[in-house]
Ligand binder design. Structure first.
Ligand code: 5GP
Length: 240
């Protein structure tokens, strides 16, 4: 069933599916990278955790009528998705100031951002994923004004759904990164992953960081942290 390797990224391998050209298999790796690959390590079990957490979140988003590439989890480390052409934009939604925003604009960490702030980054490792505006995106990512409006509306809807979902797991959604892709007919859908690698999640009670910042800042056990996220999502009644 699993065909040849199409692409290997920092966190996932992408395979063709034999006999189904419109589908792909994403295989989640145990590698962790930060600061555009400058910091690297491997954590046994990380691929499984991000695969299962992403699967649960995408299933929940599907129930809430968010169009995405996700079809189903195949096993602990792999999921099957609809093939898309990835739009080379990282769409970041921020509810609380943290990370690059605090450094770039001197907004103190933990400042509430209401309404949330959406930022666009150009997905390009050689350029270190620079922050761009809508005009740059139209020029660089082959998107129209209408596409960008649609992407931003979807990103804000996803934010509301994720905030509610993670609240029930005693986690605050500080910020997260989304990627979108186009199906063969041009429809834009949510793609890639949503996991503690791509979100900042803070424990509501203790304020503890429960995401990849644990690795970026060397402040805890990554596997224990991601395992806690999966357990809390599994205990959560609204995620089947
Ligand atoms: P920041 O711009 O503060 O570094 O990141 C904002 C949010 O987007 C964080 O939740 C971060 O994990 C996510 N994010 C931004 N860029 C990337 C990226 O290239 N890879 C991953 N995995 N997450 C990213």
């Amino acid at each position: 069933m699993k065909g040849s390797l199409l692409y290997e990224g920092k966190a996932k391998k992408v395979y063709y599916v034999d006999g189904k050209p419109e589908q792909l298999i994403l295989s989640y790796k145990n590698d962790a990278t930060a600061f555009n690959g400058k910091k690297k390590d491997q954590f046994a079990g990380k691929g499984r955790l991000n695969n299962l957490i992403t699967a649960r979140i995408f299933e929940h988003l599907h129930q809430q009528h968010i169009p995405s590439h996700f079809l189903k989890a195949l096993n602990d480390n792999e999921q099957i998705v609809q093939k898309t052409t990835i739009i080379p934009l990282e769409v970041v939604v921020r509810n609380i100031a943290a990370g690059s925003l605090t450094r770039r604009l001197a907004i103190p960490e933990k400042t509430a951002l209401n309404p949330p702030i959406i930022e666009l980054f150009y997905k390009n490792d050689e350029l270190d994923d620079p922050l761009i505006n809508d005009d740059h995106a139209k020029r660089l990512a082959d998107v129209t004004e209408h596409d960008l409006d649609h992407i931003k509306i979807l990103a804000l809807k996803i934010n509301e759904i994720l905030k509610r979902l993670f609240r029930q797991a005693d986690l605050e959604v500080v910020d997260f990164k989304l990627e979108f892709g186009r199906l063969a007919d041009g429809t834009i859908v949510l793609a890639d992953e949503i996991s503690p690698d791509t979100c900042r999640l803070w424990d509501v009670t203790t304020g503890e960081k429960m995401d990849k910042d644990v690795f970026r800042e060397d402040i805890g056990d990554l596997i224990e942290t991601y395992e806690t996220i999966l357990q809390r999502l599994e205990e959560n009644k609204c995620v089947k």
